[in-house]
Design a protein around this ligand. Structure first.
Ligand SMILES: Cc1cc2nc3c(=O)[nH]c(=O)nc-3n(C[C@H](O)[C@H](O)[C@H](O)COP(=O)(O)O)c2cc1C
Length: 185
């Protein structure tokens, strides 16, 4: 598992290669197995592989969504606000499960933030996506995960970059025995 965590880096450039249905099914299985508060499972997922719709998603906000234009696949993650007051948390976990399963399958992925983002001065990114995908009012889009075969491999995170100073033992800022390895300095 940790090896996958080290290797997973956001991928924003993809090969022009279709993802096999079997792999797409595994990505969705991972999402549907995600934990949720009270087991409410308020999430729903829209799989998008139509290039015209991917292009629409790529313009759902002015910055940070353009990678979707050339992704072969995107998964819209939406939460039912009438089912859970913590749909944001539940949808976040499902989004990350999709990202980790992507890495495990040799695919790259990137989270595109939609919740609290704007298409323009008047329209939220959520409203914009609702219109194109016929999404009911009760669902709010949290994120879109863009997925595909990586155009280039990014170096994994180094063990030297793990920020052990963020960890305390028993009391805030009490040091633990976990430190950055000596050969990092
Ligand atoms: C909540 C959240 C929102 C993000 N939103 C975007 C986004 O809208 N567009 C984008 O290109 N990347 C987005 N990212 C990816 C981050 O930029 C990326 O995870 C971060 O820079 C660390 O890089 P890494 O994923 O390679 O470790 C988001 C990540 C998270 C967790």
């Amino acid at each position: 598992m940790l090896e996958i965590f080290y290797k997973r880096r956001s991928t924003r450039k993809f090969l022009d290669k279709k993802i096999e249905d079997e792999k797409i099914k595994k990505l969705l299985t991972a999402a549907l197995l995600a934990p949720s508060s009270k087991g409410n499972r308020p999430w729903e997922f829209i799989v998008v592989d139509d290039p015209a719709l991917l292009e629409k998603l790529a313009t759902s906000k002015p910055h940070g969504a353009s990678l979707l234009k050339h992704a072969p696949l995107a998964i819209i993650i939406a939460g039912d606000k009438t089912k859970s007051d913590v749909w944001v948390e539940d949808c976040s976990i499902a989004s990350v499960f999709i990202q980790l399963e992507s890495e495990a399958l040799g695919l790259g992925s990137c989270w595109v933030q939609i919740n609290r983002r704007y298409y323009n001065d008047e329209v939220t990114s959520n409203e914009y996506i609702h219109e194109y995908f016929n999404i009911p009012e009760r669902l709010e889009v949290l994120s879109i995960v863009g997925i595909g075969y990586k155009a280039a491999e990014r170096p994994p995170v180094s063990a030297c970059d793990v920020q052990w100073d963020k960890v305390s033992l028993n009391c805030y800022k009490n040091q633990t025995s976990f430190v950055v390895p000596d050969d990092c300095h």
